[in-house]
Every structure is written in C-alpha cells, then in structure tokens.
Write a protein that binds this ligand. Structure first.
Ligand code: AMP
Ligand code: DBH
Length: 572
C-alpha cells in the first residue's frame, strides 16, 4: 500500500533511536501541537489573512479557532471517506484555508501533497495518479486562472480522484470546502475523531509529501514525518529567533518548503507566534502588511530580496518592525547580500535548504562577512556533511565538491522511487544533493555550483529533462536540450536549444513555448528563450556538452519574466 514501508524509507532503527535520545525527535504530531497551543493560549491570533474575510477584508483566526476548524474539517473529510494514509493534493494560495485543510489532514493521518499554485494539468495529473490521491483541493479562481477547469481536466485524466474541494467562491461541479466541516464535540482527544475508528497518527508516521525540484523527467515526492519535520521547525525557531512574539509574513507560496518550515508558517505556529499571509510577494502588497501587522520576520528568494531592497529606498511605509530577512532558494550574490541591512534595516540570514531535508542558516550573531559570503551552516549537530569528488572520495577541507548529507530531518529515499533512490542516495543513506559546495574554516557552506541537470530560476527549480521531454513531443522537433543561462534578475533562466527534423517546416521560438504551455506545464517551466541549432556541442566521449551550450549563450537581452516574482525589477 502507498503509505507502507514499501513506499518510503524510514530511518533505520538505530538512527531513529539516536535522534530520539538526543532530544531532536520529541514524539509530537502536528495535530497534538496545535491542540496544545490552542489550550495554552486560545485567544492569541494564529493567522492573519488580509483579504480572506467575507467582504474581502482582513480576517483573523485565533489558535482556538484554527484548532476547532481543523477538527471540524477533519471530521468532515473523514465522513467523506478520506482515511489515514490517503493522499490529498492541496493546491491553495496563501489563504487561511490552506492551514485549515492541512491541519485537518494531519489530524486524520491523511497526507497532503503540496502542489504549488503555478502547477498545471501535467503536474497535477501526475501527482494525483502517482499518489493515487483521494481528493484535490483548489481555489475557484486565483491569479486569473480558473482551477475548476484545471480540476475538470485532471479528473478526466485520473478517474480514481474521488473528490475535488473548492476553497472559495462558486464550486461549480465540485464540492464547496465550506460544506465539508461537521460538528465535533468539545474536548475531543488530540487527533482522535469522535465517531471515527481512526487511530491517532504516530510521531514517526508520514505527515505529508513535499515536492522536489528534481532533475528527472517527472517530479519526485518527498516523504516527511511529524517527528523529523517538527524537529526542523523548533530548531529553526531557535536559530532565527522565532518565538511567541514573532510575526512571520508568508510572502512566497505557502506550500513551498522554505516559507513552510524555515522557520516559516509552521515554525511560527509551533512557537505560538502569528502568521500573516501575503497574497503577493511584491513590495506594494508586502510593505503595507509589514507596517500594519508589525511583521518581524519573513523569507524571500534572491530576486525578490533585490526588489524589496530597492523598493525600500522609495517607500513611505514603516518597515522598522522587520528584524530578520531570510534569503534562500537560490544563491544570493555577495553584492546583493551587502545591500540588505542598509536597504531594509534588518538582519539578513542566508538559508540554503532543500525539501529533502538539510537546511543551513547563517546565524544571527555571525559576523557580517560570514553572513554575506556564505550560505550558512547546518541546523543540527547530527547533520552529517560529506563533500566528495566524482568518485565519492572526500575532497581536502575547503575544496569544492559534491555535497552529500544524512541526518535527523533528511529523508532516506524519495516516495516510491526505487530506481531513482539508488542514484540519489548512497548505500549508507546519504542524500546526494547535486550541489557543489565548499566549507569555510568556521564550518559554513558556500554554494559554488550544481552538478544536477536542473535550472534554478530565481528559486524555482526546473528539471531540464522534464522540459526536454515535452519539447521532444513536438512533431517537428528532432532533439532538444534545455540549459540555464545567466539572467541579471533571476540569476538563471532557461534556454532551449532545438534541432528541427529534416524537412520539417521552420518553427518560431514562440511556437515552441506555446506548445510546451499547452501541454499543461507550469508557466515557470516554459523556456524563456528558444534557439534553433543544427547540432549540439559534444564532449570528448560524444555526449552532448551542456556546459558548452551554457557558455554558448547569447548576449543578455532584457530580464525574463519571473514566476515567483510577479513584477520585474525597477529599471535604472
Ligand atoms: P529542492 O530540492 O527542490 O527543495 O531544492 C533545493 C535546492 O535549491 C538545493 O539543493 C540547492 O540547489 C538550491 N538552493 C536552495 N537554497 C539555496 C541557496 N541559498 N543558495 C544556493 N542554492 C540554493
Ligand atoms: O530551495 C529550497 O527548497 C529551500 C530553500 C530554503 C528550502 O527547502 C528551505 C529553505 O527549507
């Protein structure tokens, strides 16, 4: 069965015992944590959804309210046949319902599969069919996209998908999320649903499936447990100074691992703090929220951090409550990093993390030089780091090499992917991150590059192979290679080099982009540039040299349109 040991790789018992004995794994579940916080401080505000009210105005939920809502939603899901171990694809924007739904699923031991609002038919159908999802949760319309149409297309492709829940507005042919909750008697046990036979999820059970940017033809799913993820939350809170007085702004898409857990919304809820949901990450939306809600901490990808730093110079908004800005997801240049403190008046923390586990932070008391020149050091004393050459031999200290890692919150295998796991994990359980790093004498990591065949487009990861496969489906295309090329705003953007079939009618770049888009792929995966060539550069052994393709990149035109970052930067 999907939730069973056959589908994922729990930590070997000796490691699990060690992580428990060390105090990293506390034996808590998300359901029990929320219940405890609600009991300890029922009236504290947990969530602020600035546009979530019935009239489109500000809406807040206290801890008691979130807890009660999660219970009623859990009971409603259970009544509709969602059972422990079931997968539910959750594709919600930054709204309070995201938390109501995921805590409800946590309570019944059903597993959210965290899709991003940008995902489209191809990705969602894959998540639904690959996980055998029982349900799919969407907004009605968001960002100009009608998710009900998307759900109808997915439903047609994946008949096993039993239910689609629509979180707001007109549900169309589907079920309104508001019709799901059922009353639950007061005082129900943590996680136990009255009238249901469901066992309470155990701390070592899977809590959800997170997505990997990946480097293969299809995205991979990352199985995370209550124990391991909750450890990454409270330890991140200690490192980032998140406590009950913190106000965390979710600027990036809520389901992404970074704003979810580093320390993110879930870390902040663990600490009893307040989470503010920004509908958009742009300064025009975020700055007024920082001012009115007294935001103390947030996390951004580098292009947005640059945008905010520049916009701060011209804003009338009072940003003085902001104490910490986390920047990660892609390499933050030293020059940009130096501008954060003078520009925004807050402390920068670089964060180099991955949904598979390992997260590194610069520390709040690190010297400024360390903060601007490194990507931080691991959360845990039990994070094991190896930096190796192509033959898996350790490189001398300070030399760049492949980063391998193992530890109390780093997975031992992707979900249901035995062949891929054989490549992505060593036989002794280290995850091959695909990143090239070096260490400094202080134990901080500096990201030097990447060995995986992936493009990091301003923090959005794109597996080259996935996009290549879609381009190859075009009848006029003989071969295709997708590589990253420098972009002044995004860091990297994508270029597809395409060889047309002999005798095929000439194509325009726009036709290739349209073709990829119409295959139902997230917009950020559509190549920024398409170049037609007659041959690819080859390596000595005759393989396509992506390195040569990258350096063959054309001169930089205007910045590409960002995905995580909706408006282009101001032009100077
Ligand atoms: P994923 O595995 O999809 O969660 O993406 C994680 C990857 O993002 C890492 O393995 C890195 O390649 C990249 N990444 C995340 N944070 C940083 C950072 N601060 N600097 C450079 N690369 C980063
Ligand atoms: O890029 C990431 O996946 C990432 C970046 C920063 C991440 O997962 C995280 C922090 O937790």
């Amino acid at each position: 069965m999907s939730g069973s040991a056959a589908a994922w790789h729990p930590w070997p018992e000796e490691y699990a015992a060690r992580y428990r004995a060390a105090g990293w794994w506390r034996g808590e579940t998300f359901g029990s944590v929320l219940r405890e916080r609600a009991a300890a401080h029922p009236d504290r505000i947990a969530l602020v959804d600035p546009a979530g009210g019935a009239d489109g105005g500000r809406r807040t939920w206290t801890y008691a309210e979130l807890d009660a809502r999660a219970d009623r939603m859990a009971a409603g899901f259970a009544a509709r046949g969602i059972a422990p171990g079931d997968k539910v694809v959750v594709q919600l924007p930054n709204t309070a319902e995201f938390f109501e739904v995921v805590f409800a699923l946590f309570r019944i031991g059903a597993l959210p599969v965290f899709a991003l609002p940008a995902h489209r038919r191809t990705e969602i159908s894959y998540f639904c069919s690959f996980t055998g999802a029982a349900a799919y949760v969407i907004p009605s319309v968001h960002g100009g996209h009608d998710y009900r149409e998307l759900a109808a297309a997915v439903r047609a492709e994946v008949p096993g998908l039993r239910e689609v829940f629509v979180a707001d507005g007109d549900p169309g042919a589907f079920t309104a999320l508001a019709d799901v909750p059922v009353p639950v008697p007061v005082g129900a046990l943590p996680g136990a649903l009255p009238g249901a036979l469901h066992p309470v999820p155990a701390p070592e059970d899977l809590a959800f499936l997170q997505l990997s940017g990946g480097s293969t033809g299809v995205p991979k799913l990352i199985p995370r447990t209550h124990d391991d993820y909750i450890y990454s939350l409270w330890a991140s809170n200690e490192i980032c100074g998140v406590d009950a007085d913190s106000v965390y702004l979710v600027a990036l898409p809520a389901a992404h691992n970074f704003p979810l857990s580093s320390p993110g919304s879930l870390g902040t809820l663990y600490a009893g703090g307040r989470v503010v949901l920004a509908p958009q990450p742009v300064p025009d939306v975020a700055f007024p929220l920082i001012e009115s809600e007294g935001v103390t901490i947030t996390g951004l990808v580098p292009p947005l951090a640059l945008l905010w730093t520049e916009a701060a110079a011209h804003t009338d908004r009072d940003l003085s409550s902001l104490e910490v800005l986390l920047v990660g997801g892609a390499k933050f240049s030293e020059e940009a990093a130096r501008r954060v403190r003078p520009g925004l008046g807050c402390t920068l923390q670089q964060v180099f993390g991955m949904a598979e586990g390992l997260v590194n932070y610069t520390r709040l008391d690190d010297p400024e030089e360390t903060v601007v020149t490194t990507q931080g050091r691991p959360i845990s004393p039990d994070d094991e780091i190896r930096i190796v050459d192509d033959e898996d031999r350790e490189v001398p200290p300070g030399e760049p090499g492949h980063l391998l890692t193992r530890g109390p919150y780093t997975i031992r295998g992707y979900w249901n992917a035995p062949e891929h796991n054989a490549r992505s994990f060593t036989s002794d359980g280290f995850y091959r991150t695909g990143d090239i790093v070096r260490t400094t004498p202080t134990g901080h990591l500096v990201v030097e590059g990447r060995a995986k065949d992936q493009i990091n487009r301003g923090g959005e990861k794109i597996a080259a192979e996935e996009v290549e496969n879609h381009i190859l489906a075009h009848p006029a295309v003989h071969d295709a290679n997708v590589v990253g090329e420098p972009d002044p705003y995004l860091g990297e953007r994508t270029c597809a080099y395409v060889i047309l079939r002999e005798g095929a009618e000439a194509l325009r770049p726009a036709a290739v982009k349209k073709f990829v888009r119409e295959r139902g792929l997230a917009a950020y995966k559509v190549p920024d540039r398409v170049e037609f060539v007659s041959a690819f550069p080859k390596t000595g052994v005759g393989k396509v040299s992506k390195r040569d393709l990258r350096t063959a990149a054309a001169p930089l035109p205007r910045p590409a349109t960002p995905a995580l970052t909706p408006t282009p930067p101001p032009q100077h």
